[in-house]
Design a binder for this molecule. Structure first.
Ligand code: FE
Length: 366
């Protein structure tokens, strides 16, 4: 850019600086810089990401290596990203948004923060149940890019797998004082409870939530890892967690983490009915994206076999793209090979969150 500028400034036929007033010169320079910035943005992508996984770095650098598109990334939690997008409005520099839960993706979609896009590559790669419902223009507001199962872990000394082979059993009266779970209002739980509402109906789901409140070993606190530790320490008999937190502990280089993981048993609930609840981490093009082509290119890259493999091996998630094979010993050990996942549209799960929050308030689920 500097080289071009010197050439233009030195050539009166192209840029007659000497005949301009100072203000005219400044306007010309400003225009030139604006054009240069636009040109420079051709190879730029601005991402707002709530993926909190250090192993993702390679995902970004591989994309830049393959395309020459430089990535600028803002890392924040989901709520922070949504607030920032709303505050920035049309001036937002964000091109791609990465969020880690269906409830949050749905919330951002209805708040108008995404630009629905049409991509045959994404439509072919990602099952319809793991992306947003088609928008009015036929585009899709967001795409699931990886999945995680919400499973039950239990104290192997006190219980056996069949004690918790369904989510419904978490509310059974014989498990009074045993259950540890993070806040009901956390999106991971809002999505699980939203899925239960699809399967059981609102009335039975509310009774189930009430039963779980009655079984709690302690008031909800901490994240999923804290619940696993609670089981290992004996404070809780049973807990709920996303699979990657357990896989991370199993693969940890820290012996204390490994010891925790060894103490707990894991169940994929509802294998003999509708299947275990799976959530998505996903991506979307921002409503006011300036680099939309690069944004779609990046989402398509995330659905490619190499990026999908990375989700599986780096962060212990499952690929969403059809026909992608991967090799992750911890995930294999957890599932025993494979498991049946529920098939309800993940967009319906997100949609239930307001109803679920009202139920939580009524039954006193913190
Ligand atoms: Fe997480």
């Amino acid at each position: 850019m500097i080289r071009i500028w010197i050439k233009l400034a030195a050539s009166p036929t192209h840029f007659p600086v000497t005949t301009m007033t100072l203000s005219q010169s400044l306007v010309s320079i400003a225009c030139f810089l604006a054009v240069s910035t636009t040109m420079a943005q051709d190879k730029v992508l601005n991402i707002y990401s709530a993926r909190h996984y250090p192993t993702d770095e390679a995902l970004y650098s591989d994309f830049t290596k393959a395309t020459g598109i430089k990535i600028n990334r803002v890392d924040a939690d989901d709520a922070g990203i949504l607030a920032r997008l709303k505050a920035e409005g049309a001036a937002s520099p964000a091109d791609v948004i990465l969020l880690v839960d269906a409830a949050r993706l749905w919330r951002a979609e209805i708040d108008g923060l995404f630009l629905p896009v049409k991509s045959k590559v994404l439509d072919d790669a990602i099952p319809a149940t793991l992306r947003a419902k088609p928008a009015d223009n036929g585009g899709t507001a967001w795409f699931g890019l990886s999945t995680r199962a919400r499973v039950v872990v239990f104290d192997k000394l006190k219980f056996k797998k069949s004690d918790f082979d369904s989510y419904e059993k978490l509310a059974a009266p014989q498990f009074k004082g045993q259950l540890c779970i993070r806040s009901g209002s956390h999106p991971y739980n809002l999505s699980l409870f939203g899925a239960m509402t699809e399967h059981l109906g609102a009335e039975k789901t509310e009774a189930w939530l009430k039963g779980m409140v009655g079984n709690m070993a302690r008031s909800p606190k901490g994240g999923d890892t804290d619940q696993i530790k609670g089981v290992a320490s004996g404070e809780c008999g049973v807990a709920v967690t996303n699979t990657y937190y357990l896989a991370r502990m199993m693969r940890s280089s820290n012996p204390a983490d490994k010891a925790v993981a060894e103490k707990v048993g894991v169940v994929f609930p509802n294998q003999s009915s509708w299947g275990t609840h799976v959530n998505v981490a996903g991506g979307a093009v921002a409503r006011h994206a300036k680099n939309t082509d690069n944004a779609v290119k990046f989402l398509e890259y995330l659905a490619s076999p190499s990026a999908q493999n990375h989700f599986a091996n780096g962060n212990n998630e499952w690929p969403v793209a059809k026909g992608v094979s991967f090799d992750n010993p911890a995930l294999k050990a957890i599932t025993g090979g494979s498991f049946k996942s529920e098939l309800i549209p993940i967009s319906a799960v997100g949609m239930n969150q307001i109803k679920v929050q009202q139920m939580l308030d009524r039954v006193g689920f913190k």
